[in-house]
Design a binder for this molecule. Structure first.
Ligand SMILES: *[C@@H]1O[C@H](CO)[C@@H](O)[C@H](O)[C@H]1NC(C)=O
Ligand SMILES: *[C@@H]1O[C@H](CO)[C@@H](O)[C@H](O)[C@H]1NC(C)=O
Ligand SMILES: *[C@@H]1O[C@H](CO)[C@@H](O)[C@H](O)[C@H]1NC(C)=O
Ligand SMILES: *[C@@H]1O[C@H](CO)[C@@H](O)[C@H](O)[C@H]1NC(C)=O
Ligand SMILES: *[C@@H]1O[C@H](CO)[C@@H](O)[C@H](O)[C@H]1NC(C)=O
Ligand SMILES: *[C@@H]1O[C@H](CO)[C@@H](O)[C@H](O)[C@H]1NC(C)=O
Length: 204
């Protein structure tokens, strides 16, 4: 009876054993893949860039001309300084848009092309923001002429762009960044004494 059963039992016992083994291997591979995926996701989500520090100085205006019908041509120059405080991560910048606001109105603009900044690096940019036939309305023409007669004008400078950080081979997702430099003094005559570095606000 036993010899009769054996060949009968073999397929029914070995079959499930094999499929259990295959299932275990597949489950293991799946679990491993999911773990790797989750690890990558966690790294990707946690290597958020550290806030870079921005400051601005040496503001001056050149080629100022306000026409009788209140159109402005001018060139605004600044030195903008950027510092990456991270000891381990580089920062990758997309092209940044720069706008210059006088009494909450955009009167000049410029760009900084994409670039990257190594850890602990400090970089200075010489900004040249231009007003090209910009129509000033309301009280703006009068106020900017008054500012000219006192030889300095107070403006806000804003930068907008996307940044991501790089840690070894890992790159984070993109973060939107806004840099706001408020109450920046711009001199009409380039005495360029360069007051002090005015710190800008940085937000993600
Ligand atoms: C300002 O612009 C007007 C019109 O383009 C021109 O006639 C005038 O000479 C300019 N003034 C200066 C100081 O450049
Ligand atoms: C600004 O410059 C343009 C040419 O670049 C000129 O046509 C225009 O008249 C200028 N406007 C003023 C106010 O100078
Ligand atoms: C900072 O980075 C810029 C551009 O990547 C480079 O030209 C400059 O030499 C670096 N400065 C220092 C102090 O490493
Ligand atoms: C102001 O700067 C311009 C160009 O940067 C230069 O040509 C001019 O001589 C400077 N003026 C003074 C008073 O420094
Ligand atoms: C520039 O600096 C000199 C000497 O420190 C000072 O006498 C002068 O008033 C300053 N000019 C401006 C426009 O701040
Ligand atoms: C900015 O001003 C400082 C004086 O505070 C001067 O030493 C420096 O050369 C100026 N930088 C530029 C780019 O004009």
């Amino acid at each position: 009876m036993a010899t009769n059963r054996a060949p009968h039992r073999e397929p029914t016992v070995v079959g499930p054993r094999r499929s259990i083994l295959v299932k275990t291997i597949i489950t293991g591979i799946l679990a491993f893949t999911v773990m790797i995926g989750v690890t990558i996701l966690i790294i990707w989500l946690t290597i958020k860039p550290r806030k870079p520090a921005y400051s601005i100085n040496n503001g001056s205006i050149h080629d100022y001309n306000l026409s009788k019908d209140n159109h402005l041509n001018a060139s605004f120059n600044f030195v903008l300084r950027s510092f990456n405080p991270s000891k381990s991560m580089a920062v990758y910048y997309d092209k940044m848009k720069i706008t210059l606001l006088f009494e909450h109105e955009t009167i000049a603009s410029g760009v900084i092309d994409s670039w990257h900044q190594h850890k602990r690096n400090r970089t200075s940019f010489e900004l040249d923001l231009t007003s090209h036939n910009v129509k000033l309305s309301g009280a703006l023409p009068r106020n900017i002429e008054m500012a000219k007669s006192s030889n300095q004008v107070v403006v806000d400078v804003k930068l907008k762009g996307r940044i991501r950080s790089k840690l070894g081979i890992w790159k984070s997702r993109y973060y939107h960044m806004t840099v706001s430099c408020g109450n920046v003094v711009v001199e009409f005559s380039n005495s360029s004494n360069g007051s002090r570095w005015a710190l800008c606000d940085v937000d993600f």
